[in-house]
Design a binder for this molecule. Structure first.
Ligand code: ADP
Ligand code: F6P
Length: 324
């Protein structure tokens, strides 16, 4: 372990995710374990630019492991996207004596972490987003809790869809990625799933499966649509017009981002938070802490963001097979 790291910062940036608090707690407690001073930076990169820091002794993170959201608050900071903003953030970090910074967020936040590193502040990026869309990592903190929220909601929608013999079209989050959609579809037994990673046509991939399942005796259907496809209100309307089946659209929205983190999110956030601090102490910087082959590893930020991660096509095939 290197001895020249004495003070570190931690911030959350971009969309919040359940488990971010568990990651903050792990950073603070691991820092304390190694005798470091830990500073919390409020509201993502805004707090870095404005000097909105709080000292975080070990007891400051009591009772947060089970709470959704982020006690440090989060934000999207436009100023930080300019070289002047990054320089200002760097200067403020130096005023507060930061020897390293841990950034919990998604790929946008990681680009910011890379920029800071390039002008001299060691940074470690920790994947915290419900979307599971960080290319170098099999998993992002918040994804499991989000999926559990989604399946709970869709199960409830199914109750009413079944009672009314309707078709329910449900939009789930995921930005440009279909991980939430495909897993929710399999876990909820959806009749149709539409994801941005796979081409689809209304007639072949929506209409036909609904009509076929109706002819097999199904009285209601569930369609899961990824946010990257969108248009659920129009899709529901068209289904009703073309099939005569009464249809309703639901956009699940921000309910998917809240709630107490699952065991998986608490444990992975704790592992990643602790590892992030150790990486700084080992003198490493510009790294993403991630999961590959089930193990916690770290990769260069730029390389990690440029890796490819593909939604397994077998999952899409499986979702279709199981609707027979
Ligand atoms: P996420 O981190 O969840 O992908 P955003 O893309 O909104 O969320 O990014 C969060 C913040 O990270 C932005 O508000 C901005 O301050 C910073 N950021 C985003 N993209 C970049 C970039 N290309 N370069 C530097 N900073 C960025
Ligand atoms: O990245 C997380 C996420 O919830 C995406 O799934 C979604 O596209 C976006 O953030 C929504 O952002 P906002 O909270 O700004 O509406």
């Amino acid at each position: 372990m290197k001895k020249n790291i004495k003070t570190i910062g931690v911030l959350t940036s971009g969309g919040d995710a359940p488990g971010m608090n568990a990651a903050i707690r792990a950073v603070v407690r691991t820092g304390a374990y190694y005798g470091l001073k830990v500073m919390g930076v409020k509201r993502g990169y805004n707090g870095l630019i404005n000097g909105d820091f709080i000292e975080m002794p070990p007891r400051s993170v009591s009772d947060i492991l089970q709470r959704g959201g982020t006690i440090l608050q989060t934000a999207r900071c436009l100023d930080f996207k300019t070289p002047e903003g990054v320089k200002k953030a760097y200067d403020i970090a130096k005023v507060f004596g930061l020897d390293g910074l841990i950034v919990i967020g998604g790929d946008g936040s990681f680009r910011g972490a890379k920029d800071l590193c390039e002008i001299g502040l060691p940074t470690i990026a920790l994947p915290g987003t419900i979307d599971n869309d960080i290319n170098c990592s099999e998993y992002t903190v918040g994804y499991d809790t989000c999926l559990n929220t989604v399946i709970d909601a869709v199960d409830k929608i199914r109750d009413t869809a079944a009672s009314h013999e309707r078709c329910s079209v449900v939009e789930v989050m995921g930005r440009g990625a279909g991980y939430i959609a495909i897993n929710a579809a399999i876990a909820c037994g959806a009749d149709v799933v539409l994801v941005p990673e796979s081409k689809w046509s209304f007639d072949d991939d929506v209409l036909r499966p609904i009509l076929e399942s109706k002819s097999r005796g199904k009285k209601h259907s569930i369609i899961i649509v990824a946010e990257g496809i969108g248009g659920v209100i129009e899709i529901a309307k068209e289904i009703q017009e073309k099939t005569g089946i009464e249809s309703r659209a639901t956009i699940l929205g921000h309910v998917q981002r809240g709630g107490s983190p699952s065991v998986r999110d608490r444990v992975i956030a704790s592992q990643m938070g602790a590892r992030s601090v150790e990486l700084l102490l080992e003198g490493k910087s510009n790294r993403i802490v991630c999961i590959q082959n089930g193990q916690i590893v770290d990769v260069d930020i730029e390389e990690g963001l440029n890796m490819t991660k593909t939604l397994p096509q077998e999952m899409i095939k499986l979702a279709k097979k199981l609707t027979v």
